[in-house]
Design a protein around this ligand. Structure first.
Ligand SMILES: Cc1ncc(COP(=O)(O)O)c(C=O)c1O
Length: 427
């Protein structure tokens, strides 16, 4: 068309398309789909949600240098699915992990017992994929990761919650849960635990409890599924050995991630398990390999830089946590109860019983503050009702202070607590 630019043609096309009747896919949808996702409207001004990291701590320059070096040297291997490393993932990254896991978690494994995954979320899917059927039962910490809870719900799996105290999962309660299942003729498919900086409580399971968990698991013939993705983020840097390392019988599957130590958007996680298990997971990993560029960058970056990167990261996170705890004390006073977590990126907060954090969510968001309501992180929804999880890694110190002040205002308006804000009586 004379005088019509390609952009104008595209514009008319888009308008016409908007007026056309749309094809109705709804009757064709597969049964059992989860509810539709909400459209993303950007992050809240003060976002305490998700497992996001501190933007200032992403080692951008070193990642650029690593990317450039590895691509110059090995870029041509991108022509092959799985590079030259095969379906388990970039071998230098698996070799780095094998020596790091030995040093930090006591795990003696070779690169052949590691499968690189697209985030540890894919690790959850693969482990669930080889073990779980609809109607099965698993055991978990009663306060736990929403991504795991949602998966069990979708799979039709019964999750038995075991209460925690300040040292993680209570072993007397685990023993009782296992005995109860046995009486009912149920053998749990696994005990899922986040033992090292638990999500959301921030607890670390001491070595003696780990031994007891292993003993109980063996006694009942139940494997342990150890999710260790926060293990690098401990304030004093000291951690007990991984359950995987302590087990004398096998029977433990271990997963981890670079999301919390480097960056979640990279989507690089891993599974440590015997080949007899990995060989059953690989056929379920139908993506023809996780993204290779990010594996190559980490494989290049980590051996030289990982150990120096982590201490300043955790120091920065600790400072943000202190800002958050100070702000909560100032704005909520005794209305906000919490334990000082041993590491990680979350604070798990209990508000007075009158507060329903599911109902607090929308008005808080309208005031620019996003929180994770407690019931989404608990097997017992009533227990979670007045609790909330706050991620302190991603917002700046200023946003943390402003966000907590705005949250106190909204909470006071909606539920009458706190009745004093910053030590001033609410009118
Ligand atoms: C306990 C736990 N497991 C797994 C994941 C998934 O992490 P990713 O897929 O980014 O490795 C998360 C993320 O927050 C988590 O908290």
């Amino acid at each position: 068309m004379a005088g019509t630019s390609p952009a104008m043609t595209a514009k008319v096309g888009a308008r016409e398309k908007a007026l056309m009747p749309t094809f109705d896919f709804a009757p064709l949808f597969a049964t059992g789909l989860p509810p539709a996702a909400a459209k993303w409207n950007g992050l809240a001004k003060c976002s305490f949600v998700g497992g996001n990291n501190d933007a200032d701590q992403v080692p951008v320059d070193d990642l650029i240098a690593a990317m450039s070096a590895v691509l110059k040297r090995e870029g041509a291997t991108l022509a092959t699915y799985g590079l030259e490393s095969g379906p388990q993932g970039y071998r230098p990254l698996r070799e780095f992990l094998a020596q790091k896991l030995k040093r930090t978690a006591g795990i003696a494994c070779s690169a052949d017992e590691i499968l690189i995954t697209s985030g540890s979320l894919q690790g959850l899917d693969l482990v669930n994929g080889i073990l779980l059927n609809r109607g099965d039962t698993i055991i978990t910490e009663a306060e736990t990761y929403q991504g795991s809870l949602n998966r069990w719900t979708r799979l039709g799996v019964n999750a038995v919650g075991v209460p925690l105290d300040r040292e993680g999962m209570r072993m007397d309660a685990l023993a009782a849960a296992l005995d109860d299942l046995k009486k009912r003729g149920v053998r749990a498919k696994y005990i899922y635990t986040i033992p090292t900086v638990q999500n959301p409580t921030g607890t670390i399971l001491p070595e003696a409890r780990r031994l007891e968990m292993l003993r109980l698991a063996e006694l009942h013939g139940v494997p342990i599924f150890e999710d260790d993705c926060y293990a690098d983020l401990i304030w004093d840097g000291r951690r007990p050995p991984a359950l995987y390392a302590m087990s004398k019988q096998g029977g433990v599957i271990h997963i981890g991630s670079f999301s919390k130590s480097i960056a979640p958007a990279l989507r690089v996680g891993y599974i440590v398990a015997e080949w007899s298990l990995l060989s059953r997971m690989l056929p379920l990993k139908t993506d023809a390999g996780s993204g290779a560029l990010e594996q190559m960058v980490l494989g290049e970056y980590c051996p030289k830089n990982f150990d120096e990167h982590v201490p300043p990261l955790t120091r920065g996170l600790r400072k943000k946590l202190e800002t958050l705890m100070d702000a909560l004390n100032e704005q909520f006073g005794t209305a906000a109860e919490f334990d000082d977590p041993k590491g990680g990126i979350f604070l798990w907060v209990k508000l007075p019983d009158v507060v329903d954090t599911l109902k607090l969510y929308q008005p808080a968001l309208a005031a620019g503050v996003a929180i994770n309501p407690g019931p989404e992180w608990t097997t017992d929804k009533a227990y979670g009702k007045s609790r909330m999880r706050l991620c302190f890694a991603s917002p700046s110190h200023e946003a943390i202070r402003a966000g907590v002040a705005a949250l106190a205002e909204v909470c006071g308006r909606e539920f009458g607590v706190p009745d004093r804000i910053a030590n001033v009586q609410r009118t």
